[in-house]
Design a protein around this ligand. Structure first.
Ligand SMILES: [Zn+2]
Length: 383
């Protein structure tokens, strides 16, 4: 048994039912699990001890939407967009060409480096999608690389229709031979339901095939305009509908009734100059919200959850505490995980010690590296 006691926590955000935010706190980790939370004055003895020195401690971020396995760079496309060009889904094909040209070793090296980048900014649980292969061999390769980095892997063969294919023929591949090869390496199935990608019928076919193969559904929905994606997510009982930038009143009501988590990805609106989603409208309706980076080379090349929290506060109308909730517990709900995103006794001991007295600084000091130390369940086993 290895235990670690953290003393003098200025502000502890544990999301406990009683006192979700506690001041002057202490916390004990035993064998990689949170074993005790209370006042620092009552802190039990442990094998090792850490003095937080009045810093804030929060749960590690849960980034429920990334596309980390890819090669290539689309800085020129970003520059053009900032000069006024609009984003269209077709830019994905640029990354597909670079990804197909890279081998397993290069893709693993790139994705591992990006994981380290996420981790250094406080993210301890990450979802990773395929979707830059768009052929059976490469999609399977991307998922194998992803599953070396996280258990939360998502098969997104239906990202866009690749050049040289009709939509019908490609959906047949995605739901047939490609699914068969990819399903063993994936937990989730996803589809980009959007004009220029897949319509409602194609998206339904893709998700249903995935469900039949034992995968859990999630969806890219309502990013570029009012589309059918959110309603489809609710119809199929998906875990999450991500983007939710353009929503009708019926979409908001369906999300609230179904319990589908709305994944908001404000790095995308930042990088595409699209209007931001309205988090206040969702919160008022009782919709559960996750904040994620959507880290990808086209529309949101940020790996920083603190940056997305700052955007959520400044542009989506969330309070700092609501944004932190969405970036931790919200992400966990999006991934249907009860062991991460909080620091109640029994949780995985994935936590971040901030170089700040309060979580508010994540939004109040945007762009400033505020992660003092990241402790994960895995590391605390080794201490
Ligand atoms: Zn995405």
């Amino acid at each position: 048994m290895t235990s670690v006691a953290i003393a003098n926590i200025g502000e502890l955000v544990s999301w406990a039912d009683e006192r979700p935010v506690r001041h002057g706190a202490g916390l004990v980790v035993a064998d990689g699990v949170v074993a005790w939370v209370g006042d620092t004055a009552d802190l039990p003895a442990a094998d090792e001890s850490i003095d937080a020195g009045g810093r804030a401690v929060i749960p590690g971020f849960v980034d429920s939407h990334t596309h980390l396995v890819f090669a290539g760079d689309r800085a020129e496309e970003f520059t053009a967009r900032m000069a006024g060009e609009r984003y269209a889904a077709g830019g994905i094909r640029t990354t597909v060409a670079a990804t197909r040209a890279a081998g397993e070793e290069e893709l693993t090296r790139l994705a591992t480096a990006r994981m380290a980048e996420l981790h250094s900014q406080g993210t301890t649980t990450v979802e990773i999608k395929s979707g830059y292969g768009l052929d059976t061999d490469t999609e399977e390769l991307l998922l194998r690389v992803a599953s070396g980095l996280t258990p939360e892997t998502t098969y997104l063969g239906a990202h866009v229709v690749p050049d040289g294919w009709t939509a019908d023929a490609y959906v047949e591949l995605v739901t047939g031979a490609m699914l068969e090869r990819c399903a063993p390496h994936a937990r989730w199935i996803d589809v980009f339901c959007e004009v220029g990608a897949f319509d409602a019928d194609a998206a339904r076919t893709v998700l249903k095939a995935g469900i039949a193969a034992g995968l859990l559904p999630r969806i890219h929905a309502n990013q570029l305009g009012h589309g059918p994606g959110v309603q489809l997510a609710c119809e199929l009982g998906a875990a999450a509908a991500d983007h939710c930038t353009y929503l009708s009143d019926a979409d908001v009501a369906a999300l609230a009734d179904s319990g589908v988590v709305a994944g908001l990805l404000p790095g995308v609106e930042f990088s595409t100059r699209h209007p931001y989603p309205d988090a206040r409208r969702l919160l008022a309706a009782g919709v559960r919200i996750a904040i994620a980076t959507d880290c990808n080379p086209g529309t949101s090349y940020t790996s920083s959850m603190p940056f997305c929290i700052a955007l959520a506060v400044r542009e989506l109308g969330m309070t700092p505490l609501e944004a932190l909730h969405a970036a931790t517990l919200g992400g966990a709900a999006s991934l249907r995980r009860s062991d991460v995103g909080h620091l109640r006794p029994g949780a995985r001991a994935d936590l971040v010690i901030l170089d700040a007295p309060s979580h508010v600084h994540l939004a109040y000091r945007p762009g400033v590296p505020l992660v003092h130390r990241v402790l994960t369940a895995h590391q605390s086993h080794k201490l």
